[in-house]
Design a protein around this ligand. Structure first.
Ligand SMILES: [Zn+2]
Ligand SMILES: [Zn+2]
Length: 169
């Protein structure tokens, strides 16, 4: 049995054509793609695939733990198909997401409890970075100006305009 079919079955899902197609695409795609990006790259060879099928299938994958939803500046659905546990480094200038191997850069151990009766189930690290491309493009300087102009408490309300581009290291 192909490994993709096996993964679907283990997640309790029937291995339908679109599911197999999308899961194998996700396993290859290291961009942390949006639903639209996946749709566009698959559409070339599978013209009958619809964007709503892509959305529905990704939604099912997220619920079954086959992929992880990644936060995106817009309301777009953006997913991570890398099954291994890993952290992210997000370029604050262009929004590219890079996978960080935890065996190379380990995370701190989380406490088991936090105030207000919060029981900790996990810890994710997101590194704020400026990627090599943006550094060479000189955008780091622009960003530094933006950070200085920003109040320290305004993180949640800061304008988070990012492009959908993403690449791997
Ligand atoms: Zn960048
Ligand atoms: Zn990732």
């Amino acid at each position: 049995m192909p490994p993709t079919v096996e993964r679907l079955r283990q997640a309790g899902l029937k291995a339908t054509g679109p599911r197999v197609m999308l899961l194998s695409a996700l396993e290859q795609d290291r961009r942390h793609p949006t639903a639209e990006q996946l749709y566009e790259s698959l559409q070339v060879h599978h013209p009958s695939l619809s964007l709503s099928t892509v959305y529905q299938t990704l939604d099912t994958f997220i619920r079954k733990g086959l992929c992880r939803r990644v936060s995106d500046a817009g309301d777009r659905l953006r997913v991570d198909g890398t099954p291994q546990d890993h952290d992210h480094a997000v370029c604050r200038a262009c929004g590219s997401i890079f996978d960080i191997d935890r065996t190379v850069f380990p995370r701190p151990l989380p406490p088991s409890h936090l105030p207000n009766g919060l029981s900790v189930t996990g810890l994710r690290v997101e590194y704020d970075v400026i990627c090599a491309t943006c550094q060479s493009a000189g955008q780091a300087a622009i960003l530094a100006d933006t950070i200085q102009a920003r109040k320290p408490t305004s993180r949640s309300t800061m304008p988070r305009k990012r492009k959908a581009v993403s690449k791997t290291l």
